[in-house]
Design a protein around this ligand. Structure first.
Ligand code: GLU
Length: 295
C-alpha cells in the first residue's frame, strides 16, 4: 500500500444517505474535473460504513445521477461495507501497537466537556464491551497546506482529541476508514467539500501513523441554504436529477469559479463538461467555505 502521487488518482466518496443533491454534485464535479484535467483516474467509493444512515436505493440513485451528468467513474465502484476485513486488520494492528483504548464515557459526559473528549479512559484498560475505541493520534499538525485554501489553521480541539475509530455499536468510524481507503486505493489528491477542511489534519496524521505519505487535499466551497447550514441529504435537499440538468451543471460550475459562457448555459451537459475540462483550473475555485444557494 503506497501512494503513487505521480499517477493521478482522485475519487468521489458519497455517503448513500439520500439521492445526489446539488452540494454533492459540486463535490463530484470538482473532483472529476481535477482528475480528468490531469489525465488521471476518477474512482467512486460508496461510503456506506455507517449502516444506520443508509437509505435503501440511494447508492444506485447516486450512480444513475452521476451518469446523467456524464460523470463516469473508472474501475468498478467500491463499497465500504465490503471492505470490513481490511479495516479490522488495521484496527488490530493499531491495537497491537497500543495506539487505541476502550472508552465507556457517555455522550452526556462528553457534551458536558463541551463536546471535546478529555482522554479520561486512557489509563483504564477497559475491555468489557460495549466500548468505543479511541485512537491516541500522536502529533496532529496545527496547520497544513490545502490546494485551494492555502495555509489552514486547525483548532486545538481537533489536534489534541483522542477520537473514535470504532464506535460503541461496533461500526468502524468514518475517520478511520476514509484514510484506509484513500491509502489502499492509492488516491493522490482528495478533492472534496470544505466541511471536512479541518478534519484533514487528523487524516494526514493517521496516514503517517500508518506508514504512508498522505495524499494532497483540496477543499471546494460548500453549497448552503443559509449560513452554517450544509445542503445535505439529511435536510432533504432536492434530488438534483429532478432539476434541469444543464441548469444544475452550470450552477455547479459557477460555484466552482468556472461560469460557462452565456451561450453554453443551456447546452447539453456533455457539452458543458467538455467546456469545463478545457477551462478547469483549481486555482480559479473560490477560497470560500460556504456559498449561499437557494434550495
Ligand atoms: N462520505 C463523505 C460525504 O458524503 C465524504 C468523505 C470524503 O470525501 O472524504 O460527505
Amino acid at each position: 500500500m503506497t501512494i503513487d502521487v505521480a499517477r493521478y488518482r482522485g475519487r468521489f466518496a458519497p455517503s448513500p444517505s439520500g439521492p445526489l443533491h446539488f452540494g454533492s454534485l459540486v463535490a463530484a464535479l470538482g473532483s472529476y474535473l481535477q482528475a480528468k484535467s490531469q489525465g488521471g483516474q476518477w474512482l467512486l467509493r460508496i461510503e456506506d460504513i455507517d449502516t444506520t444512515r443508509i437509505q435503501p436505493g440511494a447508492a444506485s440513485s447516486i450512480m444513475r445521477t452521476l451518469e446523467q451528468f456524464g460523470l463516469c467513474w473508472d474501475q468498478t465502484e467500491t463499497y465500504q461495507t465490503q471492505r470490513l476485513a481490511l479495516y479490522q486488520h488495521h484496527f488490530d494492528e493499531l491495537a497491537a501497537r497500543q495506539l487505541i483504548y476502550g472508552c465507556n464515557c457517555s455522550r452526556a459526559r462528553i457534551a458536558s466537556l463541551g463536546g471535546v473528549y478529555d482522554g479520561c479512559c486512557r489509563q483504564k484498560n477497559l475491555q468489557t464491551e460495549p466500548l468505543a475505541w479511541r485512537l491516541k493520534p500522536g502529533p496532529v499538525a496545527a496547520q497544513f497546506t490545502d490546494l485551494v485554501f492555502g495555509e489552514v489553521q486547525v483548532p486545538d480541539s481537533i489536534c489534541r482529541e483522542d477520537y473514535i475509530i470504532k464506535r460503541r455499536d461496533g461500526l468502524f468510524a468514518y475517520q478511520l476508514v476514509v484514510v484506509l481507503d484513500d491509502i489502499d486505493q492509492q488516491i493522490g489528491q482528495v478533492i472534496r467539500g470544505a466541511d471536512l477542511l479541518e478534519m484533514t489534519s487528523r487524516q494526514q496524521a493517521l496516514c503517517v501513523l500508518l506508514g504512508h505519505n498522505p495524499p494532497q487535499y483540496g477543499h471546494l466551497p460548500l453549497a448552503v441554504t443559509a449560513p452554517g447550514f450544509k445542503l445535505s441529504k439529511q435536510n432533504h435537499a432536492t434530488d438534483v436529477s429532478t432539476l434541469p440538468l444543464s441548469q444544475s451543471m452550470s450552477a455547479a460550475l459557477t460555484l466552482l469559479g468556472h461560469a460557462p459562457p452565456a451561450e453554453l448555459k443551456q447546452a447539453p451537459v456533455t457539452e458543458l463538461l467538455v467546456w469545463a475540462l478545457q477551462h478547469w483550473q483549481l486555482a480559479l475555485v473560490p477560497k470560500q467555505q460556504e456559498v449561499l444557494v437557494s434550495s
